[in-house]
Design a protein around this ligand. Structure first.
Ligand code: PMV
Length: 356
């Protein structure tokens, strides 16, 4: 589908109120490096989460030319520090929904997970806002199918934050053109119609909070580090290969292969940051201690526990639901001391965003 098919001549005006809940997601094959307007240099695949969500309500009303484009409440409070990001998002998406220029948006948002827990909320936040906006637009397009609606929501969410494109459906989302998935493309994410092995339908993601602080490298800067990176070409090729291999493991339920590829991806993301110019080490001593203990635990118990990482120090523990008890026991005995204030968040794979 060409991006032009996302521009509709919507000479529309009206009042509308809607509320959406969108989940966070955790990438297994990582997106790191972009081109053009928020397009990925390589394809990625993620688990959609179910408990870490953003709920956003938007009231649309016609506005005068010189009136503010939006007002914004986070947890019922004014939070002006979020305004530049929202304004940038609205500026980017207005060409794809011109009627936005003639409306005021009253936005109110809430996260289910603690603010400044070190969990990036931009994916769920941008997805929830995009869904509210597309829901408004849909009122003027009775011909839209569910598929068009979801594609456009992902397309707009991507313009807010790349990984937000994957926070629309579930349980697994692919974003970026890949030989392995026929409908995949760089403009929006898809939930492939593939029979994933049942073990992955309720896979656990327990996020160990090693550092609750702000991200040390912003996403924009981080992706920028891949421009002219000495290993960029190899990394982008590797992501394609990993995605193909991971697809097979996700269908067959080959946990050994799943673990091998998932951990390789996490470490490669950090290897890219450690070898860029400027370079960044985002793992902390507690991160390393956890990774070491996870490997030792797996060797000793033969239980399929593995880790993945985002662009930060926190560790996501991934494992099948059936091993929750021994793994939580291990977490309490061995890992919790490495978490800031003993904090961790329990989540699991979910099925995507919901209208409230
Ligand atoms: O969506 P962004 O621009 O914040 O980038 C996210 C990048 C990673 O979280 C590190 C990887 C990914 O694919 O989600």
């Amino acid at each position: 589908m060409s991006t032009n098919s996302f521009v509709f001549d919507t000479l529309v005006e009206g009042c509308y109120q809607t509320q959406w809940e969108a989940p966070s997601n955790i990438a297994l094959v990582k997106y790191w490096g972009k081109y053009g307007q928020q397009l990925p240099q390589n394809p990625s695949i993620s688990f959609t989460l179910s408990r870490c969500v953003t709920t956003t309500e938007v009231s649309f009303s016609p506005r005068e030319d010189d009136a503010e484009a939006f007002d914004f409440l986070f947890d019922q409070k004014k939070q002006p520090e979020f305004h530049p990001k929202i304004q940038q998002f609205l500026d980017r998406i207005t060409p794809y929904f011109p009627a936005l220029e003639r409306h005021h948006l009253s936005i109110s948002s809430h996260n289910s997970f603690p603010h400044s827990s070190g969990i990036a909320s931009s994916a769920s936040a941008m997805a929830a806002l995009a869904l509210c906006i597309v829901d408004f637009e849909k009122q003027f397009h009775s011909d839209w199918t569910e598929e068009v609606f979801l594609q456009k929501a992902s397309f707009l969410a991507r313009l807010g934050s790349g990984s937000a494109a994957r926070s629309i459906e579930g349980p697994l989302m692919v974003w970026g053109q890949s030989e392995a998935f026929s409908q995949s493309n760089d403009h929006y994410a898809i939930a492939p119609s593939v029979d994933w092995h049942p073990v992955f339908h309720d896979y656990q993601d327990t996020v160990l909070i090693v550092d609750k602080g702000q991200k040390k490298v912003s996403s924009t800067m981080g992706h920028g580090l891949m421009k002219g990176h000495p290993f960029a070409t190899q990394r982008f090729e590797q992501a394609h290969t990993h995605l193909e291999q991971l697809k097979t493991a996700l269908i067959t339920g080959d946990l050994e292969r799943f673990i091998d590829l998932t951990e390789a991806e996490a470490l490669c993301l950090h290897a890219m940051m450690m070898t860029s110019n400027p370079r960044f080490v985002l793992m902390q001593p507690n991160t390393m201690a956890i990774l070491q203990k996870v490997g030792d635990f797996r060797n000793q118990t033969q239980l399929p526990l593995c880790f993945t990482l985002d662009a930060g120090a926190n560790v996501h523990l991934l494992y099948p639901l059936q091993y929750r008890i021994p793994i939580m026991d291990f977490l309490q005995k061995e890992l919790i001391n490495h978490c800031q204030q003993g904090q961790y968040i329990e989540d699991q794979v979910g099925n995507g965003a919901k209208k409230i």
